[in-house]
Design a protein around this ligand. Sequence first.
Ligand SMILES: [Zn+2]
Length: 442
Amino acid sequence: MTRIFAAILALTAALLAPQGAQADEILAVRFGEHDTHTRVVVETRTPVRVRAHTLSEPRARLVLSFESASWGVSNLPDGAGLGAGLVGVFRFDGAASHPRLVFSLSGPANIRQQMTLDPAGGGYRTVIDLEPVSQAAFASVAGFPQTAATITELVAREAGVGFTPESCERIRVVIDPGHGGRDPGALARFGGMHEAGIVLAAGLQLRDILNEAGRYEVIMTRDRDVYVSLEDRVRIAREARADLFISLHADSAGDNSGPQGATVYSMNARAESRARNRAITDGNWVDISRPEEVSRILVEMSIANKRSQSELFAEALRTEVGRTAPLWRTTPMEANYAVLTDAETPSVLFEMGFLTNREDSRRMNDARERRRLMQSAAAAIDTHFAGCSATGRTFWAANAAPPALGASARCPQHPVGMFAAYAIMAPVSGGRERAVSRQPGR
Ligand SMILES: [Zn+2]
């Protein structure tokens, strides 16, 4: 059994374990820097069972899992600090019912030994010695499950829910031309169409390009000049079990005609938290035949997957668009847009350019130039799904009744373990990692 496999098992077991055991208080975390190894010492008030393992993705970490634990280190009230030797920042995550200490590692390192020692003037000591190893040696120990083809399968098995793999021969793309009907969006400044007209024309062009490719099933949230609510746009994508949602818009900079170029947004932390709340409260993710905690884990995994896929696609889109048109922002941009707040569908909001800029406005109103822009978008979609094979679709969402696990289909371009790591590392109660505060004087 690989370590991550064990970790998922432990996580599930911990979540399902009866509550009420007395939490062991962590009194101190110390480090010893030696020539051959780095020693991590965790002192607790009572003897504890600690499970230690390393994770190689998304970055190197040492994780200590406790059956129960509370934070009582008086000089680190935030539950975070800075290590020494091979250990960088560390933090205590006690929010979940599965408390853990997570140490970032400066490089590949394996656990040479783990022992528990009785108190010697302080608390009970859990000692972990880390030694630097090659990346290959690290990866083989930290390794990710080889026993399951996909993380969905793994979780399905461990969480005891059904699993039906599905092929990804036809990739579903939802195109969402913003605004429409009574909502014209940004108004034309230099003649031509308002935003709603431009993005509809662009969306239809993108639809035609994707349809010609024959590989995609394209769903439009609107294909004419009608008003569609934001909730309906999100619902359409969810019900379509879309692999990708792309919302088309045109920017406005008010009276400032200077800003120029396209921008790609993916969801920010606020949007992510809205997605999480929505997933939990709207009931889609709650299947009473399994423990609520399992549903919550699945939500976290889905959101982590969505985040990762959205950011990857945003990157591909920026790259492709940047070849043919100016970019207003070349770095990743995140926003709390309502259409991005679904918990499953990888989604971006594509601002094609500024209607308040003369050159952008001309380009977006010109059918040939606009088509070129949409060809860039189609190229980005091709790139993003390049690794998708007929057998490779990964399902793990939870809003379909068993035996199908559910809704979101993803292509396995990325190591399964990455998502497992996210799922394990992300606090089940939600939120990104807290900023780590440094020890005074370090
Ligand atoms: Zn707009």
